[in-house]
Design a protein around this ligand. Structure first.
Ligand code: DOR
Ligand code: ZN
Length: 354
């Protein structure tokens, strides 16, 4: 039985670090979770739509977590121009995130039609920027589209864009379905796929009636979760970690309508060790969490940082905290409840970034 794992610090290719007090609480927790490279989502209020905003945001994050490499993205919207794409590329911005309109948190500025963005995609292809796709289409009762099939119904769009731009790197974010796994496998080497911690663990029964497991896209059928588990177990190199960790104050999770998002940042590697152990795939954890994503993106980390190691040990009674206070000085801001709060996850980090 494996009781200790040492691996390089991990890369999280999809994370929400927010702004203001929430950002100040969450950002230092990236490192606590064993992660040293974080790919940052732009759905702030207002969204990060240009290079200047992305660089200013990056400086704030770096001040809060100097050991972490932050890779920044822009929010795809009609305001994004070809010139801005070129400028972003020059400034080291890594990608552009597309949200379909209205499907999730802060997606009111999201897009409705991908073809109008083809000139942008072409410039991104030329400049080597990555297209990060939230792969769902909006629900439409008339067309029998709801959260359970919204991802599958999006897949033809993915195929269309990937075929039209064979040299554009595209990531289907937070895949949840067997159909998505099969599509990404079938498409070429320009298409990768991020997989979250929580989607390796949850199915629909776990979020129906449990607000803290509600996220977008929602967790689906058992056979869908099996497909995600199987593809990471197979060590497919185009499937890699992107947690989509998305903190929300408890009041907006447990309120009349729950915000979408699961918070995993403080314990990313312990959660993964538990899940990979359960699916008998601990030998695949390092590639999934540390190498495949960087390889797909063709990225390197801050010099001198690549060799940092994290050691986890298996232990009984490793309880996930009940919650994290958003501000140490202002209790009114409330708390964030992490994934698997109060549960024993059986693994803990004993040395980090050594
Ligand atoms: O569950 C989610 N939460 N999915 C998203 O796409 C957005 C995220 C958030 O920002 O809260
Ligand atoms: Zn996200």
């Amino acid at each position: 039985m494996t009781t200790s794992i040492t691996l390089p610090s991990a890369c999280d290719f999809h994370v929400h670090l927010r702004q203001g007090d929430m950002m100040r609480m969450v950002t230092p927790k990236v490192e606590e979770g064993g992660v040293s490279l974080a790919y940052i989502m732009p759905n702030l209020q207002p969204p990060i739509k240009n290079t200047e905003q992305a660089l200013a945001y990056k400086s704030e994050l770096e001040a809060l977590a100097p050991n972490v490499t932050f890779l920044m993205t822009l929010y795809l919207s009609p305001e994004l121009t070809v010139e801005e794409v070129r400028k972003a590329s020059q400034a080291g911005i890594a990608g552009v995130k597309s949200y379909p309109r209205g499907v999730t948190t802060n997606s009111d500025n999201g897009i409705e039609n991908y073809e109008i963005y083809y000139p942008i995609f072409q410039a991104m292809e030329e400049e080597g920027l990555v297209l990060n796709l939230h792969g769902e289409i909006p629900s439409d009762a008339q067309k029998d589209i709801c959260v359970m099939n919204a991802e599958e119904k999006f897949l033809p769009q993915l195929e269309k864009i990937a075929t039209a731009f064979p040299n554009l790197k595209i990531v289907l974010e937070h895949a949840t379905s067997q159909a998505a796994v099969e599509m990404v496998k079938r498409l070429g080497d320009n298409v990768g796929c991020s997989i979250t911690v929580h989607h390796l663990q949850l199915i629909v029964d776990d979020w129906a009636g449990q607000a803290h497991h509600f996220c977008k896209p929602v967790a689906k059928f058992p056979h869908d979760r099996d497909a995600l588990r199987d593809v990471v177990k197979a060590g497919h190199p185009r499937f890699f970690l992107g947690t989509d960790s998305a903190p929300h104050p408890i009041a907006t999770k447990e309120g009349p309508r729950s915000n979408a998002g699961v918070f995993t940042t403080p314990l990313v590697l312990p959660y993964l060790a538990k899940i990979f152990e359960e699916i008998d795939a601990l030998d695949k954890l390092e590639d999934f969490a540390c190498h495949f994503g960087k390889k797909f993106y063709g990225l390197s980390q801050k010099p001198g940082f690549v060799d940092k190691k994290v050691t986890l040990v298996k232990e009984s009674n490793v309880a996930v905290p009940q919650h994290y206070e958003i501000s140490a000085t202002n209790a009114d801001l409330g708390v964030v409840v992490p994934f698997y709060a109060n549960r024993d996850i059986g693994w803990k980090i004993v040395s980090n970034f050594v």
